[in-house]
Write a new protein. Structure first.
Length: 345
């Protein structure tokens, strides 16, 4: 019989409820932290746990603590993860794990020094269509890959950015970090490291609200020679319209589509492959889940339960966690490579 794992949650914003739900499912929530003490009190009272304004107050007051979940603005992740590990805790860090590769290297150094583990959140790897495509690529059954196209057309209104850390360079970092890092992660997971990147950015609908782009176009060439294009924006007027990855190969097309990589489509010229894809598609769940719903906007798919299941088995059974810090670093380094061309047109 395992003893319960004790969690603290730093950050009581939009995603905090999902984390608290999963924490109480697999372990024990013992405290919450937020610089907005009123917000911390609401969540703390809801779960009957103490609430704090700072992480240092948490560590001074709570003795039995195994994992700190960090769900704060992006630019705070690295420093807060390091502080937690130095306080003797493992960390689960919401995406993006940090804004700079150098910050992740420092996190890794502290992890080695303290013996504490770093776990990142990239829950879209659990989307059934995404898992299917990854397996098809692993089996190398698609023939020669000619091109990869990523489309991300989402909605973020002015109210999302007003009086918020969203939209700031220091705490947000950019649209590719906050909205679309999942897609960059999947490109790295599917195809490995990128050799070259070209990009163009614009801010058309959010001028005066954000310090970076609200739309962009990217051209990537992977070390394998595969080329990919990505077009994205947060300028859809009402709701998220598309979040898709399409792979075009010598045997046809496969696509994880919909608004959140939640549908699977294919059109291939190979009879055996077509039959296999038909079988695999029929085996996908009828209901592929729903996105995280924050009221006035929606995020990526709600797969945090699988994140926590993987976390639990990694800690208790020493089985590999579903993603690695090194993979998270590859994603962040690619985003920064893309942003080296950060000149708004």
């Amino acid at each position: 019989m395992y003893s319960p794992i004790h969690f603290a949650l730093i950050g009581c914003g939009n995603i905090a409820t999902e984390h608290a739900t999963q924490i109480t499912r697999v372990g024990k929530l013992v405290a919450v932290v937020d610089t907005n003490l009123h917000r911390a009190k609401i969540l703390g009272d809801q779960y009957g746990v103490p609430f704090f304004e700072t992480a240092s107050a948490l560590y001074a007051a709570v003795q039995q603590l195994d994992i700190v979940v960090i769900a704060t603005p992006n630019g705070l992740h690295a420093a807060q993860a390091i502080e937690a590990m130095q306080a003797g805790c493992h960390v689960l860090v919401e995406k993006p794990i940090a804004l700079l590769g150098a910050d992740i290297l420092q996190m890794q150094t502290v992890s080695k020094q303290t013996g504490k583990q770093i776990f990142s959140v990239m829950q879209n790897r659990f989307n059934p269509p995404v898992k299917l495509i990854h397996e098809l690529l692993k089996q190398q059954v698609l023939g020669t890959i000619h091109h990869v196209q990523v489309n991300c057309f989402w909605h973020r209104s002015a109210s999302y950015y007003i009086n918020s850390w969203h939209g700031t360079m220091a705490l947000d970092g950019g649209t590719l970090f906050t909205q679309f890092s999942h897609f960059i992660d999947l490109l790295c997971w599917f195809f490995g490291k990128v050799k070259t990147a070209e990009a163009a950015f614009k801010n058309t609908d959010h001028q005066g609200l954000i310090e970076f782009e609200d739309q962009g176009s990217i051209q990537l060439k992977f070390e394998s020679g595969i080329k990919a294009s990505m077009d994205y924006s947060v300028n859809e007027p009402i709701a998220n319209k598309e979040g898709s990855i399409t792979i075009l190969s010598s045997k046809g097309m496969i696509k994880a589509g919909g608004s959140y990589l939640n549908t699977f489509e294919y059109e291939v010229n190979d009879t055996a492959l077509s039959a296999e894809l038909q079988k695999q598609k029929a085996a996908l769940p009828n209901t592929l889940g729903m996105p995280n719903d924050y009221g006035h906007y929606k995020g990526s798919m709600r797969n945090h339960h699988q994140v926590y299941d993987s976390l639990l088995t990694a800690l208790r059974c020493q089985t590999p966690y579903y993603t690695t810090v090194e993979e998270a670093k590859n994603t962040i380094e690619l985003i920064n490579l893309i942003y080296q061309a950060r000149k708004l047109n």
